[in-house]
Design a protein around this ligand. Structure first.
Ligand SMILES: [Zn+2]
Length: 274
């Protein structure tokens, strides 16, 4: 059996949308906003899923874009983020929301540089966080778990990626990994793909044409007003355009041959392909 490529059969993007619409899905977000940024187009394409829960891990934070909000401190910022999450759940018709309540990197003493260059293994929060994620995955009864691939190496994203890999090992759920945005948009595409294959051991699972719902995705990003600026939206859309610009089977399947925006998800490489 060879290494799967994007040229998988039968419009995998549409099959994935149907799976999320009809099945039981757990959407795992390191921070409030990551799911909206990274796979919000897929969720908009799904419409109203039957059973989808948003699980956000690092929900306490001292960071916000507006300076006034930043000065208000962690309690006020964390409450604002919760409001944004609940609004996003309503917008996307998600049936559940679970906040795990861990302190994000800004509250654990990392600065901007350290949070994208530190190893996850040494972080003191790791054990408790992995246990909490494993419990949540088990309790969700999800048949699909959608989690970060940790593109960009943010320590909170690495921790959640590792926790989900551990939690789904040997279980019945299909684990898929989204490309973390806007981080993925800040690197060369070839570097992103090489990292996902070689460092994470992932292979392409599906590309999703989000051209028809891209405005809805952007609306979802701006729900997170405490964190979203225009530059973040631009980087996200630039990535969506560049991955849509190659020859892709889902564009041909749509009959238009002109997919303008896309998102991708990856899966763990089968042992035989490693
Ligand atoms: Zn994040």
């Amino acid at each position: 059996m060879g290494d799967p490529t994007w040229e998988v059969k039968e419009e995998p993007g549409r099959a994935l949308s149907a799976r999320l619409r009809e099945g039981r899905t757990l959407l795992v977000s390191p921070h409030p906003d990551d799911v909206a940024y990274s796979c919000g187009g897929l969720l908009a394409a799904v419409g109203r899923p039957a059973h989808a829960t948003l699980l956000t891990v690092f929900t306490r934070s001292a960071w916000a874009l507006p300076k006034r909000l930043r000065r208000a401190g962690a309690r006020v910022i964390s409450a604002r983020r919760r409001e944004e999450e609940l609004r996003y759940c309503r917008l996307r018709g998600l049936t559940g929301y679970q906040a795990l309540g861990f302190d994000d990197a800004s509250l654990r003493g990392y600065d901007d540089e350290a949070e994208v260059s530190s190893p996850a293994e040494a972080d003191a929060v790791r054990g408790a966080m992995e246990d909490a994620v494993a419990d949540a995955v088990r309790a969700s009864g999800a048949d699909t778990v959608l989690a970060p691939a940790a593109v960009g190496g943010h320590i909170d994203h690495l921790l959640v990626h590792g926790a989900v890999r551990g939690a789904v090992a040997g279980g019945g759920a299909l684990a898929l990994f989204y490309e973390d945005l806007p981080y993925a948009g800040q690197h060369e595409l070839a570097d992103v793909e090489r990292m996902l294959r070689e460092e994470r051991g992932l292979v392409p699972y599906a590309g999703v044409d989000i051209s028809a719902v891209v405005e809805g995705k952007v609306r979802g990003m701006y729900v997170y007003g405490s964190q979203t600026d225009d530059e973040c939206v631009r980087e996200t859309l630039r990535h969506a355009r560049r991955i849509a610009s190659g020859p892709r089977p889902w564009a041909r399947a749509a009959g238009a041959g002109c997919t303008a925006h896309a998102e991708r998800v990856w899966a763990a490489a089968p042992a035989v392909a490693r």
